[in-house]
Design a binder for this molecule. Structure first.
Ligand code: NDP
Length: 249
């Protein structure tokens, strides 16, 4: 097994389930020490930490609500303190709240929270991590294929949060380039998780909407994150990597 990330410390927000948990596992397989955060699923987070430790790396779980900038700042500082350094930040935690723009019944509080988690959580984490990241550090944010092409009704607000983090990544890439830190986004397509189960309503249409005609697995997103975190991606910054089964093709 190639341990390209040995000696590196990674923080994956929302690592208790889904794409974040798969990413944490893949980073650990590549040799990185990995901290994960979670909002509510303490037991699941602890179980993931147990799996990471089995891979022979240091691991830890931290509770922090991405909607609260102060908690995010504390999270980043605690990880850097406990692990002694910070090399890789994966902004994965996210939520989806749907509702057509002309639907008066849409849950406005849910839309607000979505903005706070998906955009505020990412900007808070990047601002907290940027001063602490080692030279050559990596920031990778999980975006969505719905940002460049929403493609179905009801996702305008979600898509806007995911478009915003791509713009933020590009801006951060410009700010942090002089320190050799790269900042990129992975635009995920439909992936089978609690957020978007492959047997949920609308799943068939999502399958039909991409070139490969299927859902992705969390590990298929994680592989792209590990690539962007690794030495092979040293000249890639301000980029978006679409891992979406060809939805955008
Ligand atoms: P899941 O719902 O399966 O998992 C979400 C993760 O984020 C959990 O670990 C959860 O923690 C954490 N989380 C949620 N809200 C907060 C919060 N306020 N503070 C801290 N952590 C939080 O989602 P996915 O794995 O499917 O999604 C991961 C990312 O990928 C998200 O950014 C999502 O938008 C994006 N994405 C997903 C797609 C899909 O089809 N699945 C498609 C495109 C993008 P806890 O367990 O404690 O709740």
């Amino acid at each position: 097994m190639d341990k390209a990330l040995a000696g590196k410390v990674a923080l994956v927000t929302g690592g208790s389930r889904g794409i974040g948990a798969a990413t944490a596992r893949a980073l650990a397989e590549a040799g990185a020490d990995v901290a994960i955060s979670y909002a509510a699923s303490e037991d699941k987070a602890r179980a993931v930490v147990g799996e990471l430790a089995e891979a022979g790396v240091r691991a830890g779980a931290y509770r922090a609500d991405q909607a609260r900038a102060a908690e995010v700042a504390q999270l980043v500082a605690a990880v850097a303190e406990d692990f002694g350094r910070l090399d890789i930040l994966v902004n994965n935690a996210g939520v989806i709240a749907t509702g057509a723009v002309d639907d008066a019944g849409t849950d406005a509080a849910a839309l607000e929270r979505q903005l706070a988690v998906n955009l505020g959580g990412v900007t808070a984490a990047i601002r907290a991590a940027a001063p602490l990241l080692a030279e050559g550090g990596r920031i990778i944010t999980i975006g969505s294929n719905l940002a460049p092409r929403p493609g179905r009704p009801g996702v305008a607000d979600y898509a806007a949060t995911k478009a915003a983090v791509v713009a933020y990544s590009k801006g951060a890439a410009r700010d942090l380039g002089p320190r050799g830190i790269t900042v990129n986004a992975v635009q995920s397509g439909s992936v089978d998780t609690d957020m978007n189960p492959a047997d949920g309503p609308g799943a068939d249409a999502q399958r039909a909407g991409n070139a490969l005609g299927r859902y992705g697995r969390p590990e298929e997103i994680a592989a792209g994150v590990v690539f962007l975190a690794g030495p092979g991606a040293s000249f890639i910054t301000g980029a978006t990597l679409d891992i979406d089964g060809g939805y955008l093709a």
